[in-house]
Design a protein around this ligand. Structure first.
Ligand SMILES: [Fe+2]
Ligand SMILES: [Fe+2]
Length: 165
């Protein structure tokens, strides 16, 4: 107990995001199917493909620290995803569905951005240069996705949600 250091924290957090990414990989196709706006559907599908690459990068980071890739249940992502599922059910067939889905997706992205930002900083501190590079690539993808979603919300999805069915 007394000897836990930044290395342990890094490893624990890596397991957390590894678990989260695999949950997200399962959730994105459901969100793509549920979305009504074609651009939103495409955004979810494209991000699903990116997520596959992100999981591969995480495996490489585990390798860098000499550990086997494994996940640890992340309550935060489970909560965010189940809120998204709730929206899918409660707003099914309504004009507001896409705006709700998009908001749920942004909550996921913000969680990921927080985790990857932390992991990148810790990798830097630990002198894990290759890990910094990998984590940074993923962080950019998450930020770009978040920005893309913001644009979609502002240009189409929120307006559509305001209209009567
Ligand atoms: Fe991700
Ligand atoms: Fe993401």
């Amino acid at each position: 107990m007394a000897n836990k250091t930044l290395d342990d924290l890094f490893y624990e957090t890596l397991k957390d995001i590894y678990y989260a990414e695999r949950q997200i990989l399962k959730a994105l196709p459901k969100m793509a199917r549920a979305a009504q706006d074609e651009k939103l559907k495409t955004a979810f599908t494209e991000h699903k493909d990116e997520t596959e690459g992100q999981i591969e990068r995480l495996k490489q980071v585990f390798e860098i620290i000499g550990k086997r890739a494994r996940g640890k249940t992340c309550d935060a992502i489970e909560g965010i995803i189940s809120e998204g599922e709730e929206i899918m059910e409660e707003f099914k067939g309504t004009p507001a569905l896409d705006a709700g889905l998009l908001a749920a997706a942004q909550a996921v992205e913000h969680y990921e951005i927080s985790r990857y930002g932390t992991l990148r900083a810790w990798a830097q501190q630990l002198g894990l240069k290759d890990a910094v590079k990998l984590l940074d690539e993923t962080l950019s993808e998450e930020s770009n996705t978040d920005e893309k979603l913001t644009k979609l919300a502002e240009t189409a999805v929120n307006t559509a949600a305001q209209k009567a069915a």
